[in-house]
Design a protein around this ligand. Structure first.
Ligand code: PMP
Length: 442
């Protein structure tokens, strides 16, 4: 806007427009410019903007009750949403703990893991470990479990000093293996880290099934999560799947862990849960953990004022029903294949495109200074930001984020459009992205 503002927020783009309305996969600003919302902000808008059914569900709920505190009442929408999630989640994850967003969902999982081990008579198991190149939220516990040095830096020392657990990053394998013939050494790195710290101190391991913001849709090796599950079981470490980005159909299944048939002990979900219509998050918890808490008072001291908010839950129910009625999880899988096909078609030969990856409508493009050596750009250049800004000017919204490569920043963008996107719109998306990359190279 370039005008005085009392809002305290970092402005990622020099030209910072004011949004007027949303229509399907588009946002329109107050000057009438249309943008294709190809990342739903930070992977939020899964069903598109201004869906009548969701708006009507919110109005109906507002007409009956806007708020009743969950320490005094339950409410119909939260009961219905918990029931739907139990049907859709991997087996055994039958209880939903509702919160207001992704960080709260992760923070709740971390505290639940700790409370579980206290309950089991092992209070020394307190530490949560995560991987390098990961992000699980901005609250202090979630940040401590994450592996993004740039975000953590000024808040050190953190709740726990983490051992380094390698990411499953096949384009830049931390063990310099050929992913087609490797022994999934990156999964075994969890075992090494557990033994380094001592399994008696570790309560849980947290990972995103497909890494989003910090790595640009890193899809793991097919056997990765099965091995991770085995290691967690071997050392009595709970497995927390952070599906804040990947959940609710984004990768072509309701939950990404379903791709590998692995059941975590807790699963965090947010963004797509109400698709941006209201803030909401949830920690889905396995029966065996909930069973240890049931009928015992004061074992899980945790809660937030807006948990189980009737409006948030009503939107969640309406979003799930809309996804089901329009078969949008299948569409995410099919259109995701189309998106990857088009990205490869347009960008495989581009001198600064190193890798194209993803699952469902969750795709990433990694940029490099040199394709042959995979050498990244100098961080000062901020290449992904140049691509993001050029795309924004062209009316395309993508999500430029910094990962880390051997301790340095890397460049990638995330592309995660609403599941209602058509083939023609995918064609246009990729054309605009190609132009934006070329502009960034100028
Ligand atoms: N986990 C993951 C994987 C995320 O991508 C994010 C947000 N980008 C979070 C947790 C935190 O969610 P929120 O911003 O809603 O607190």
């Amino acid at each position: 806007m370039g005008e005085e503002t009392n809002v305290f927020y970092r402005n990622p783009f020099a030209d910072y427009p004011m949004v007027a309305r949303g229509e399907g996969i588009y946002l329109v600003d107050t000057k009438g410019k249309r943008y294709m919302d190809a990342c739903g902000g930070a992977v939020v808008s899964s069903i598109g903007h201004s869906v009548r059914e969701v708006v009507e569900a919110l109005k109906t709920q507002l007409d009956s009750c806007e708020f009743a505190h969950t320490s005094q009442f339950t409410n119909r929408p939260q009961e219905a949403l918990a029931g739907l999630l139990a049907e859709l989640a991997p087996g055994g994850l039958n209880h939903a703990y509702f919160v207001s967003g992704g960080s709260e969902a992760v923070e709740s999982a971390i505290k639940m893991a700790r409370a579980y081990w206290v309950q089991m008579g092992r209070p020394e198991k307190w530490m949560v470990i995560g991987r390098e190149q990961s992000y699980h939220g901005n609250t202090l516990g979630a940040l401590a479990a994450g592996g993004n040095p740039w975000r953590r830096a000024i808040y050190e020392p953190m709740l726990y000093q983490r051992p380094r657990v390698a990411p499953c990053y096949c384009y830049r394998c931390p063990f310099k293996k050929d992913p087609a013939h490797c022994a999934i050494e990156c999964a075994d790195d969890l075992e090494r880290a557990i033994l380094e710290v001592g399994p008696e101190k570790i309560s849980a391991f947290i990972a995103e099934p497909v890494v989003g913001a910090t790595a640009g849709a890193l899809v793991p090796h097919d056997g990765y999560f099965r091995r991770i599950r085995e290691i967690c079981d071997r050392y009595d470490v709970l497995l927390i799947a952070d599906e804040v980005m990947t959940g609710m159909g984004r990768t072509g299944k309701w939950f990404a862990m379903r791709h590998w048939g692995v059941v975590p002990d807790m699963l965090c979900v947010a963004k797509g849960l109400a698709a941006g219509y209201v803030p909401i998050g949830a920690t889905l918890v396995h029966d065996r953990i909930v069973d240890t808490f049931t009928n015992r008072r004061n074992v899980f001291q945790h809660g937030h004022t807006y948990m189980g908010h009737p409006l948030a839950a009503a939107a969640g129910v309406a979003v799930i029903n809309y996804i089901k009625e329009h078969n949008l999880v299948d569409k995410s899988a099919k259109m995701g294949e189309e998106l990857l096909r088009r990205l490869h078609e347009h960008l495989d030969d581009h001198p600064h495109v190193g890798d194209i990856r993803g699952k469902g409508l969750f795709a990433g493009v990694e940029f490099v200074a040199d394709r042959a050596t995979r050498e990244p750009f100098e961080p000062e250049l901020g290449f992904k930001q140049l691509v993001g800004e050029a795309a924004f000017k062209l009316g395309l919204i993508i999500y430029p984020m910094a990962g880390t490569i051997d301790g340095r920043r890397g460049d990638h963008v995330l592309i995660a459009p609403p599941f209602i996107i058509t083939k023609a719109q995918i064609g246009r998306l990729v054309e605009l992205l190609h132009k934006a990359i070329d502009k960034a190279c100028d």
